[in-house]
Design a protein around this ligand. Structure first.
Ligand code: NAP
Length: 253
């Protein structure tokens, strides 16, 4: 099921505590958006100096990832890749007990399922896997897309908060579904299927109708897609796009 989106604002009094692990470009934008919406926000980053601008804006900087996780019922993770997630979660351990873990780090469906297993085995209240389609400056606007999958009770409990980040869709309880959606949306059509008249697998037709507003029909219409895609060679890519880097091949496979 896909749930239509809207971006909501609420009185600060209703905004619950949130923790953000990872303060790169994306995690910092996410933490700042939560602060803007009035959430008591705890942040942690491997390089502690990156917490300073957010602390100046009202966030609490935790000295360890475990302490950051313990501070909030909702924990949002935005790290470089799945190897970083695995490393940080290992340091968090049972501090995740009773918390809802939302991982927005790029990764494969199998990595999402492994994270969900880890969260369950460590007593988390729920696990949601989210993917990000757009650039940090668009966080907090409808022009950035966040597909989610995983625990439906966790999604229901935190939906309003997650919708503060952008346009949100929910793709069901299978944890890997958001990663599948991400790959379906951002993977360029295979060269053999790039013609508008290609029909054997239907991919060109599907992508054209999936991305209304796209001038070419072969790229999503969000404003910064081209810059976003151009940066990917420097990053880990989800397994299955045919561009997987050594780092993104998780030890969990
Ligand atoms: N930026 C975008 O436009 C964009 C768009 C869509 C999706 N995403 C995805 O969002 C995620 C975050 O992206 P970003 O742009 O924020 O990346 P980034 O600016 O490169 O930041 C990477 C973050 O990961 C941390 N990190 C890396 N390795 C680590 C490790 N082994 N242990 C602990 N922390 C580690 C870094 O900590 P340090 O500061 O200590 O290095 C930093 O906080 C990625 O999965 C990316 O693919 C990004």
């Amino acid at each position: 099921m896909t749930i239509a989106s809207d971006t909501t604002t609420r009185p600060a009094a209703e905004a619950g505590p949130v923790t953000v692990l990872g303060l790169g470009a994306m995690g910092s934008a996410i933490a700042r958006t939560f602060l803007d919406h009035g959430h008591p926000t705890t942040v942690w980053n491997r390089t502690a100096a990156k917490t300073a601008p957010l602390a100046d804006a009202g966030a609490t900087a935790a000295p360890t990832a475990a302490e950051a996780v313990a501070a909030s019922p909702l924990v949002v993770v935005a790290l470089l890749d799945s190897a970083a997630v695995e490393e940080v979660l290992a340091s968090v351990g049972t501090a995740v007990s009773g918390r809802t873990l939302v991982n927005l780090t790029s990764g494969s469906p199998s990595q999402a399922r492994a994270n969900e297993r880890w969260a369950r085995e460590h007593g988390a209240a729920g696990y949601l896997d989210g993917k990000i389609m757009g650039d940090p400056p668009y966080v907090g606007t409808p022009d950035i897309l966040f597909p989610f999958s995983g625990s439906d009770t966790a999604f229901a409990a935190h939906e309003t908060t997650l919708r503060e980040l952008g346009t949100v869709t929910y793709h069901g309880e299978e944890p890997g579904a958001a990663a599948v959606e991400f790959m379906a949306q951002v993977s360029p059509p295979p060269t053999s299927c790039s013609s508008a008249t290609c029909t054997p697998c239907g991919c060109s037709a599907k992508k054209a109708s999936t991305w209304p507003g796209s001038p070419s029909g072969s790229a999503p219409p969000w404003p910064s897609f081209r810059r976003y895609w151009a940066r990917w060679p420097k990053r880990s890519r989800p397994v299955g796009t045919g561009r997987t880097s050594a780092r993104s091949t998780s030890r969990r496979h």
